[in-house]
Design a protein around this ligand. Sequence first.
Ligand code: SAM
Ligand code: SF4
Ligand code: F3S
Length: 490
Amino acid sequence: MNKQFFIKTFGCQMNVADSERISVLLTEQGMTLASCPENAQVIIINGCTVREKAVHKAISTLGEFQFLKETKDPTLKPWIGIGGCVGQLDKKKLFKKAPYLDFVFGTDTIDHLPEILHRVKSGERHVVYADFDPSMNYSTETKVYGDQAQAFVNIMKGCDKYCTYCIVPYTRGKEKSRTIDEVLDDIARLVELGVREVTLLGQNVNSFGKGNANTKNREPGELQNIIGKVGPRAGEENFPQLLRAMDEDPRLKDLKRIRFTSSHPLDFSDELIQCYAPLDQGGISKLARHLHLPVQSGSNAVLKKMGRHHQIETYISQMDRLRQLSPEVGLSTDLIVGFPSETEEDFKQTLALLDRIQFDNIYAFAYSERPGTRASQLEDTVSESQKKERLQTVLKYQLAIAEKRYASRIGKVMEVLVEGEAKNQRMMDSSLSVNDKDWHKVWTGKTTCHRVVNFIWTSPRNILGKLINVKIIGATGLALQGQVVNEELR
Ligand code: SAM
Ligand code: SF4
Ligand code: F3S
């Protein structure tokens, strides 16, 4: 029997990490990854619902696979399933949209996939596993697919913030954290497998600790008070403690960098800012000097309507304090434009924030109404064309800032953690004379401040997961081009 599977992933790193977990689970069942859907016995769409467009993409991709079901040969007919945030939210409603679907699973039922497939294989149709896991605590083991120097590690799941526009609390459930001990054991195992950089994942990793097996569970009434407020109580396990424990654990000595995403300004504590200090002032050496801290808008009036519970002035002082401690820190953020009632003046305040902070990178989105959220009750006062226009304006505005910031790196030597060969890229070695110039394979990696650096590497030595010094010789608003300074690897 055909034992191949194919996965198409949409959405954030959370879904990317989940797809990796699915791949490992299916591999453990004796299956292999197919290069195209036509070759697969099992086709899975891991979908996102954060914006309407994302849902459309998942459903139309599903439509593209429908013809594979129409083959006359039953041994070639694939089983098709949809999961992730789309599965969690829409559950069996998806069979109405796509009756040819065989199964639906959610964000909390991935580990049940072998069971789901067993039922489908036995002839059951329309199998649904999309309830949230009712257990109080969160425990898991990270699964990595293939040889890689980088791994995503879920340290908490869910979101209790309930920003008014956002569907994620409904697709990922309540916040639950793993314990520090469990995360350390998990990462120690990954380091033995060759992982050299981990990205700690969660919707609000900086509220890590709240609701783990070592903390007292909150009463329902108390939980109500926490929504939109801070993470663990004083004295409970928290995120800076996890970072310090990772830095100090001897089993993690070969781990070179720690990254994390995403965080909320409300939980971005002084204790966490202090982790970015120089090493002689209590900073954490392995912590990458980069922060992704979504701000969403530069206008306090809009932030209030978004239910973000933070103010622009606090955000700016957090960033100032961070830059004081770590002047080279790379900063990125998320922005929504065209939120209901956003005026031209509010939008200008967002542009002013970009000038003030000088982010290296932004992820900007046009507001998309999500049914069931509080913002969906607000009158959508910004027209679709205004939203599009504001989105284009903000992206163009930021590109000019990023180009300047990236160009200022030219001539500097930066330490790059090598991630692999850059796909479909070739570069010329500018240090050679014109006659010797040739197109070379390009390798890619990131600096501690999260800038992508592409560089030529011709030696046969494997540099995956190594730190290498690269001199920056060119820049665009998206990436840097570099030249290896010497072949010394760490
Ligand atoms: N938990 C993270 C946070 O608080 O920033 C990430 C949340 S979400 C997966 C990623 C981004 O999508 C958000 O930061 C926000 O900018 C954007 N987003 C969420 N809901 C949206 C909506 N209804 N319309 C447009 N963008 C949205
Ligand atoms: Fe959504 Fe807000 Fe939670 Fe982020 S913090 S996932 S934007 S509700
Ligand atoms: Fe999308 Fe779910 Fe992530 S809605 S952005 S895949 S948490």
